[in-house]
Design a binder for this molecule. Structure first.
Ligand code: GRF
Length: 198
């Protein structure tokens, strides 16, 4: 793609979708030259679907074959075919709680991003902000990274720092991390798009 073309994005999430909303907002304010083509979730009724529907964006439930946490390879294969058919340039994981493996990684090499609520490589995995509080860390933050077959292990693209305050609890820290996430993710997507245009 060239830098004048709109980046075609697919967003995958499992929850509220506030990071997906931040991508919508960056498109609306003109800071991100992109189109969210489809929003997908593994959780029936997840609010991220409603955010997409409100904008008239295609939104669908991924068929995970009844598995609660697993992301079966057949499901990933089907999703890879669907996203290839839609000419997706970049897949953005935004609170998506299943591990992406080779069917998607091979179909979209260096084209899958994830946002994680910690300064990776510190605190990979779930509830990273809580890990930072339990660890009495003085610095927390968020990371956007390329996705590989590990859990939160791919090449780091951008990070933002959030200080841990003396009166922070897990909830207050997570709230402040999310404020930074909503700035960081659109900026990182822009940077990933610039790399694709090279
Ligand atoms: C974010 O904190 C993100 O870093 C993590 O999951 C959360 C998703 O929040 N991976 P939302 O659904 O985007 O509001």
């Amino acid at each position: 793609m060239t830098s004048s073309q709109k980046l075609r994005i697919a967003v995958l999430g499992s929850g509220s979708g506030s990071n997906c909303q931040s991508i919508f907002n960056a498109i609306d304010d003109g800071s991100l030259n992109a189109e969210v083509v489809i929003v997908l979730t593994d959780i029936k009724g997840a609010y991220i679907l409603e955010r997409a529907a409100n904008r008239g964006i295609r939104n669908e439930l991924i068929d995970c074959q009844g598995f609660k946490n697993k992301f079966p390879l057949e499901s990933q294969q089907a999703l890879a075919a669907q996203l290839t058919e839609l000419n997706i340039d970049l897949i953005c994981l935004a609170g998506f709680m299943r591990l992406v493996k080779h069917p998607l990684l091979n179909a979209f090499p260096n084209r899958i991003l994830n946002i994680h609520p910690a300064l990776l490589p510190a605190y990979p995995g779930i509830a990273a902000w809580k890990q930072a509080i339990d660890d009495k860390a003085s610095q927390a933050g968020c990371t956007v990274h390329y996705v590989d077959a590990g859990m939160d292990t791919g090449e780091i693209l951008m990070q933002a720092y959030v200080p841990v305050l003396s009166n922070d609890n897990a909830e207050s820290l997570h709230e402040r991390i999310q404020v930074q996430e909503h700035i960081l993710y659109p900026a990182a997507i822009k940077s990933a798009a610039a790399r694709l245009a090279l």
